[in-house]
Design a protein around this ligand. Sequence first.
Ligand SMILES: [Zn+2]
Length: 50
Amino acid sequence: MYKECRNILPDGSRCHAVALKDAAYCYHHDRIHRALRTGNNHQQPATVRL
Ligand SMILES: [Zn+2]
């Protein structure tokens, strides 16, 4: 059994890609969410490279 990515797309639909084993998101969205979390220090505005 596999989990689906929990990311909600801007149009309100869900990403139906298979989530990574230890994550709530697929490969693509897991990268984005990790970048947002780790880049969220007070020193600099978060810059996410996609
Ligand atoms: Zn996804």
